[in-house]
Design a protein around this ligand. Structure first.
Ligand SMILES: Nc1nc2c(ncn2[C@@H]2O[C@H](COP(=O)(O)OP(=O)(O)OP(=O)(O)O)[C@@H](O)[C@H]2O)c(=O)[nH]1
Ligand SMILES: [Mg+2]
Length: 263
């Protein structure tokens, strides 16, 4: 009897990623990972990404799915909806990944291998561990902002992560179930930080593996001022806020549970 490989669902939120999505779908399909599925979460992109996703589904209905949502509701909300769907559909592992080709698909097998062999609760594709890097096109100001954002988050929450704001991660299903996703409040990019904080304060081990972060493919960034403001305020809410994660963060944010991968 052969064991069924774990079901892995890659959740990809899209907003105006018409040109990038088919490229990403092709890269994922070519990976040597059995039982790998793609779930697109599209917020009614005006550029027709939703229809592009429908065509991809028609061509590979067993491995590609799409969740259509009615309005642009933020990256965090899209991920939460996609993760909930993936768990409902029996995922053993959920990978979160941007559609814009910033996150190298080639790192997915490495992240899954570390997740499953090292008994990690989640694995982060990290720009800031040894061997990781950011896009060479990034101007010095953008590098500085990213490094500063990580230092800021770690100083307030003591997550013990080199890349606390990364958006490329692989989660065990049981970890996600333990994070009480229904009560996650962050909507924009601070979603990444809130998820890490929840995991670390619950004592889960997050491992980081190095990735090279590319400049986005086609299309434009969705980062705006409201999102940046939320990112600046969220660490304080998590540390001192009244919710369950906030309470545990006030006394439990030692970062002791988070480790850097030995690789
Ligand atoms: N469904 C959905 N997806 C979103 C939303 N906002 C952003 N995304 C997607 O989330 C991913 C990350 O967004 P980006 O705009 O690339 O943000 P970023 O990576 O921080 O910015 P850049 O580095 O400039 O690309 C991409 O796949 C986007 O299409 C949203 O409101 N809804
Ligand atoms: Mg991007």
């Amino acid at each position: 009897m052969t064991a069924v490989p774990p079901k892995t669902v890659v959740v990809v939120p899209t907003y105006n990623e018409r040109d990038n999505l088919p490229v990403l779908a092709g890269l994922l399909a070519d990976l040597p990972v059995p039982n790998l599925h793609l779930l697109v979460v599209d917020d009614d992109s005006p550029d027709g990404t939703g229809e592009v996703a429908d065509k991809l589904v028609a061509g590979a209905p067993d491995t590609i799915g799409v969740l259509h949502r009615r309005t642009k509701d933020g990256l965090g909300r899209a991920y939460l909806a996609g993760m909930a769907r993936a768990l409902d559909e029996g995922a053993d592992v959920v990978v979160q990944m941007d559609a814009d080709l910033s996150h190298p698909a080639s790192a997915v097998p490495v992240m899954l291998d570390v997740l499953l062999t090292e008994n990690a609760a989640a694995v982060i594709g990290s720009r800031y561990v040894a061997g990781g890097s950011t896009a060479s096109e990034w101007p010095r100001s953008r590098r500085a902002l990213s490094a500063w954002a990580n230092a800021y988050v770690n100083a307030i929450l003591r997550l013990g992560l080199k890349d606390a704001t990364a958006g490329f991660k692989a989660w065990r299903a049981e970890t996600l179930r333990a994070l009480d996703l229904d009560s996650v409040r962050s909507n924009g990019y601070s979603f990444q930080v809130e998820m890490n904080h929840r995991a670390v304060t619950r004592g889960f081990a997050l491992l980081e593996v190095p990735i090279h972060f590319e400049e986005r493919g086609r299309g434009t960034s969705k980062m705006d001022l409201r999102v940046q403001l939320e990112s600046a305020l969220t660490p304080w809410r998590l540390r001192f806020g009244g919710g369950p994660a906030g309470r545990s963060g006030a006394d439990g944010g030692s970062g002791g549970a988070a480790r850097v991968s030995p690789r």
